[in-house]
Design a protein around this ligand. Structure first.
Ligand SMILES: [Zn+2]
Length: 281
């Protein structure tokens, strides 16, 4: 599933080529993929793209007239730029033809597993009030204090909390496992057991990892590709994700693999002890 770094990578690539572009036409191959209006004018036909916005794993493009298209990437979404009149790959559900600086090209939204969608909104305020108000702070801007308040009295496991988009938006299985490992926190500990110092450390490690992953174009595990179709490279530096039963790069113990919130979770039981030596103040 595309997480924050993968969506940010796609968004930055699209912005490079599409800001200032006029949408010449929209082709909807699968109307069920659109939530709400499928009127071409609502889906940006005839509009000019002015800017991009991202929050967590979702992003929007905003037109010069203020209208907005929200992209939810689901489990397997990608948005890539293709030459004019390219044959759409299987599972491309919506295709926009754009013109920018005399060049005509296309933007293809593909989603084989179909958990994603596109939705038109009248303006960004509606997106923030209707779609994004349910999301917690973006993982790149959340403060240690905001996370501390969410963990306060929570009996849920820290890994479960991190996957909850209403608490922190943008973290999924990859970056939850990697950041818990780097901050030496066992994924099955209760949220309320984390100390202030651990939360501070966790937030610092999480932001560092997300920024490094963005610099690498994200992690390509199955299908992630940037706006031009290139794979990311951050998967080469994963220390725990997908490495269950391999030796820990820090201590050499074999990494453990378990299920948490129905997601495979990998950790080192030596570097990430279950019983923290420190107690919450
Ligand atoms: Zn270890």
């Amino acid at each position: 599933m595309p997480e924050l770094p993968e969506v940010e990578t796609i968004c930055r690539g699209l912005a490079q080529h599409c800001v200032g572009a006029k949408v010449l036409s929209v082709r909807v191959m699968r109307p069920q993929f659109i939530r709400g209006s499928i009127n071409p004018a609502d889906l940006f036909s005839g509009l000019t793209i002015e800017r991009f916005h991202r929050h967590g794993k979702q992003f929007c493009l905003e037109s010069t007239r203020g209208r907005v298209l929200l992209f939810h990437m689901g489990m397997s979404g990608s948005v890539t730029l293709r030459p004019f009149q390219s044959k759409p790959a299987p599972h491309v559900h919506v295709l926009w033809t754009l013109s920018n600086n005399g060049k005509i090209f296309e933007m293809h939204h593909k989603d084989p597993r179909r958990f994603g969608y596109v939705r038109a909104y009248e303006n960004m305020q509606f997106v923030r009030e209707i779609a994004w108000f349910k999301l917690g702070p973006d993982a790149l801007s959340i403060t240690a204090n905001e996370l501390f308040l969410s963990l306060n009295n929570s009996r849920r496991r820290i890994k479960t909390i991190l996957l909850d988009q209403s608490i922190i938006a943008g973290v999924g299985n990859i970056y939850a496992d990697e950041s818990l490992f780097q901050s030496k926190i066992h994924p099955l500990r209760k949220g309320s057991s984390l100390t202030r110092a651990e939360i501070n450390q966790f937030i610092a490690e999480l932001k560092l990892i997300l920024k490094q992953a963005i610099r690498c174009g994200g992690s390509t595990i199955q299908s992630h590709a940037d706006a031009l179709g290139n794979a990311g490279t951050y998967q080469a530096t994963h220390l725990v994700y997908g490495r269950g039963k391999e030796p820990c790069t820090i201590c050499g113990a074999l990494l453990k693999q378990t299920q948490c919130s129905q997601r495979t979770t990998v950790y080192c039981s030596v570097c990430q002890p279950r019983n923290s030596k420190t107690h919450r103040l």
